[in-house]
Ligand binder design. Structure first.
Ligand SMILES: [Zn+2]
Length: 104
């Protein structure tokens, strides 16, 4: 079953990965996912998830899911989006559900 959380999470994955790789995310990119009303919540979830995705040692990044590394910023981005997309999506889905519960 495809629900709204799943659809939104799919779009938040890339933003979360960018945060994890310390790639700048523009507010417009977040607004384009689900509109202005949801943008603060989505940003919070993407940051929280993203910062957890990687560890930094010096200027190298390590994957926090499988501990592989060292990666460059771009290497980590590719690693996370190719190997861990579905796991990251699941985490975001759960985080979004927690956030929405706070307001209902
Ligand atoms: Zn990994």
């Amino acid at each position: 079953m495809v629900d709204a959380f799943s659809i939104i999470s799919e779009k938040v994955v890339d933003v979360a990965i960018k945060y994890g790789c310390e790639i700048t995310v523009q507010k417009d990119e977040i607004i384009s996912i689900e509109g202005v009303a949801m943008s603060d919540m989505i940003e919070a979830v993407a940051k929280r998830t993203g910062f957890w995705l990687s560890k930094k040692e010096g200027s190298s990044f390590f994957c926090n899911i499988c501990s592989k590394g060292p990666f460059t910023k771009r290497g980590l981005y590719l690693h996370l989006s190719r190997l861990h997309r579905s796991e990251i999506k699941r985490i975001i889905e759960e985080e979004l559900k927690v956030e929405v519960k706070k307001f209902t």
